[in-house]
Design a protein around this ligand. Structure first.
Ligand SMILES: [Mn+2]
Length: 376
């Protein structure tokens, strides 16, 4: 019989969202509880056999009783077994919510750095967690070194999964190093990983499929795009599907206003179709007359339909290329030489090249580092 698990990690509940105004940050923190609710609903809807939360469920090692109790309450709305590994942000310790909160019976927390095993009816779950903000030793390597592997008759034909928060082959072993040879030696059917917030496609090492599911909702402009959870069907073959969730979406957009007649239109064209629950950072670039651009107006218009917008104005006034042509200076002589070529009535392509040469030359003569003017 097949087994389905729900793989999630890195919710970072109770994040500060310090880049937002206070009231919007509070709304985003509420949204984090909604994402957890959505995850529990998905677990029910897809009738999964277990939910794996692979570290950094909370953003910090200590949270208020209210936050911890709300999380426990959401997890109690299902009877599906839920497994949690504390990560580097929410490591297990005496004052940890994992120690102080009354968790529902369906929740099991892997609270030591030594890999433990829990047997369900048709599934074996292995896990270990952080007990401080760093974890230099590899729990997996320690386990393999003393036990050899996790497979064999031990499982009585049951499928096996392991959940760990850590880094694959890191240059420095600071956040629980995980090594390929140990993953291969483990022989578990699926290794559910947390820590890296970008989702990775499932990979295989030996018989073991492993993946980072990424965070189920972005928390900043470095976490853009669609985010969600992995549903993992374990059977004769392992089938993994990405299920997007309805969290806030972050967009980090750059709009070049150089050749645009209307900055408002140029920005509008770059916007996503549905901006509800969207957080946008829009960087404006290119050369434009300052009086043609009203950042406040653009910002005002977008904030009417988006959750949050931040416009970064990196435009510059248009440069009169030939202003210093013929001056008694190195720039003047350089421009005069190029201007001669222009006067020979070159074709369109060559004209562009000459203008580009003038720009680069002026930049260089002004002591600027290489500045790329994208005129395409
Ligand atoms: Mn994390």
């Amino acid at each position: 019989m097949g087994v389905t698990i729900l793989h999630t990690a890195d919710l970072h509940i109770d994040s500060s969202f310090g880049f937002l105004p206070q009231e919007k940050a509070a709304i985003r923190r509420e949204g984090q509880f909604r994402i957890l609710e959505e995850i529990v609903s998905a677990a029910e809807r897809y009738r999964v056999d277990a939910v794996l939360i692979c570290g950094d469920l909370f953003d910090k090692p200590i949270v208020s009783f209210d936050v911890a109790n709300r999380v426990a309450n959401i997890l109690s709305r299902t009877s599906i077994p839920i497994f949690i590994t504390p990560g580097n942000h929410d490591y297990f310790h005496a004052s940890s919510p994992y120690n102080l909160t009354v968790w529902p019976d369906n929740v099991r927390i892997f609270h030591t750095t030594v890999i433990e095993k829990v047997e369900l009816e048709n599934l074996v779950v292995y896990g270990a967690g952080f007990t401080s903000q760093n974890m230099f030793r590899s729990a997996l390597n320690d386990y393999i070194s003393s036990h050899g592997s996790m497979t064999g008759s031990l499982h009585d034909g049951k499928l096996s999964v392991m959940m760990l928060h850590g880094e694959l082959n890191p240059p420095e072993p600071r956040y629980h190093p995980l090594y390929m040879k140990d993953i291969e030696a483990s022989g578990v059917d699926y290794l559910a990983l947390g820590h890296v917030h970008a989702r990775s496609d499932p990979q295989r090492s030996g018989k073991t499929i492993y993946a980072y599911c990424g965070c189920p909702e972005g928390r900043g402009f470095d976490e853009t795009g669609s985010r969600g959870i992995y549903l993992v069907d374990l059977g004769d073959t392992v089938k993994i599907s990405f299920l997007p969730l309805n969290g806030a979406r972050y967009y980090d957009l750059t709009v070049d206003l150089s050749s645009s007649q209307s900055p408002e239109k140029a920005v509008a064209q770059a916007l996503p179709a549905d901006m509800k629950d969207s957080l946008l950072r829009i960087t404006l670039t290119g050369e434009i007359e300052p009086d043609k651009l009203s950042v406040d107006e653009i910002e005002g218009r977008i904030s009417a339909s988006a959750f949050y917008v931040n416009i970064v104005d990196c435009t510059s006034p248009p440069l009169n290329l030939w202003e210093q042509c013929g001056d008694d200076s190195l720039k003047g002589i350089f421009l005069a030489l190029l201007k001669e070529k222009l006067n020979e009535d070159p074709g369109n392509e060559e004209r562009k090249l000459i203008e580009l040469a003038a720009r680069y030359g002026l930049d260089a003569l002004s002591g600027k580092e290489y500045v790329f003017h994208d005129n395409s």
